[in-house]
Write a protein that binds this ligand. Structure first.
Ligand code: PMP
Length: 395
């Protein structure tokens, strides 16, 4: 069969290959990016879905508007208001997960050969998605405080990208949190260079202590001219349920209109049943308690993982303690002549029945082979301690 040339730009992810090994009995996995199913508010979702069917069967089971189900757009507008963002319901569209928002951005903006700047490392599916549209994906370096804004600005000036894609708050895989100062700098450089910035924010609500600095979108009101250059993607996946596939995008009107046109030909609309359920869930006021719960449990797991890493691996790894999100991003120091190859380390770890993902695939270019990602989301504190002890043996 003759497939489209665009497929030549992408390959199945190395991560998927690794996932095949995870079925081994007794394995403790820090490899996935999934939230813990034990965290799903099943009672709340049951109640919301039956309300959706009882109160609005026409809305919940019929075809719906491509832009999204009206009551959910209103709920999401209030949810964003709670996070310091003023947006009318018409100023956002509902997407099938934030993944679809990323795909729609690719579809509406990228011509083959266009340049897009992302963080190195960044969310793997985004790199693949933009490459599928023919983008040349350029990598901007990060440190513990997110993207290095001085280097980002040089890259923007040199490459004149179609847009810049950032995960400013608890990045995947980096866990990094962009500082307030750098957030301002990003908005200012967007205006200076008239470059569109995409803010992907599925983890912003998942903080463990102090709330993170305001989103780029929220800050944009204080940087004249920046809001028109900003697209923001949100998601209920990490805090409520990824299976509902509820995401949203806030963007300038012309971009939103083109995204809606493309979405029409893609899935017509996001499941109305899922949208009506999410809408009822938000309306019932359950979100604050759910957020408090997930923040607490994931926070305990992150703390346990950080302590165990220090205890069991000591100087063999370097990492920053994440303040939110689902991930530790670590790197092998090579101390005492040990390996600095995270791929080799992953193989040894599997022998010890513990899994994680090597960092290389998360880079669009120039991978740092010493890096790796550990998720603390799905294992409880006991499993985390046992799993990190196994890592200590593997290293
Ligand atoms: N962006 C980032 C940074 C992610 O980590 C994920 C999920 N792993 C997504 C987007 C997609 O999430 P969803 O489609 O479930 O909203």
């Amino acid at each position: 069969m003759q497939f489209a040339d665009r497929l030549n730009n992408v390959e199945t992810s190395a991560i998927r290959e690794l996932f095949k090994l995870l079925g081994k009995p007794g394995i403790i996995s820090f490899a996935g990016g999934f939230p813990d199913p034990a965290m799903f508010d099943i009672e709340g979702i049951k109640e919301a879905s039956s309300k959706a069917l009882n109160e609005e069967p026409g809305g919940a089971l019929q075809y719906g508007a491509t832009e999204g189900y009206g009551p959910l757009r209103e709920q999401l507008s209030s949810f964003m208001a709670g996070k310091g963002v003023t947006v009318q319901p018409e100023g956002l569209i509902v997407t099938t997960g934030s993944q679809q928002a990323l795909d729609l951005l690719g579809k509406t903006l990228i011509n083959p050969g266009d340049k897009v700047i992302v963080e190195g490392p960044t969310f793997l599916a985004t790199i693949q998605c933009f490459r599928l549209y023919g983008a040349q994906v350029i990598s901007a370096p990060i440190d513990a405080h997110g993207v290095k804004t001085d280097e980002l600005e040089w890259l923007i000036a040199e490459h004149k990208p179609k847009f810049v894609y950032l995960i400013p708050t608890f990045g995947n895989p980096s866990g990094a949190l962009l500082t307030l100062e750098r957030r301002r700098q990003v908005l200012e450089m967007a205006v200076r260079h008239q470059t569109l910035v995409v803010e992907d924010d599925p983890y912003g609500d998942l903080y463990f202590g102090e709330a993170p600095p305001p989103s780029l979108l929220s800050l944009s009101d204080s940087v004249p001219g920046s809001r028109e250059l900003l697209a923001h993607c949100g998601s209920l996946s990490k805090v409520l349920s990824p299976g509902l596939r509820i995401g949203w995008m806030i963007a300038p009107p012309a971009l939103l209109a083109n995204a809606v046109m493309c979405k029409q030909f893609s899935d017509a609309h996001t499941s109305t049943f899922a949208q009506a359920t999410a809408s009822q869930y938000l309306k019932a006021g359950r979100m604050p308690a759910t957020l408090a719960h997930v923040r607490k449990v994931y926070g305990q797991r992150a703390a346990a993982m950080g302590n165990a890493l220090k205890r069991e691996l000591g100087a063999a790894v370097a990492f920053e303690q994440p303040q939110g999100g689902l991930f530790f991003w670590a790197s092998l120091t090579g101390e005492g002549g040990k390996t600095r190859d995270a791929g080799e380390f992953a193989k040894k770890a599997i022998e010890q029945l513990v899994a994680f993902v090597p960092g290389a695939p998360f880079y669009a270019a120039n991978p740092d082979l010493a890096t790796f990602r550990l998720s603390f989301a799905t294992a409880d504190v006991g499993k985390i301690e046992e799993g990190i002890a196994r890592l200590g043996r593997a290293v």
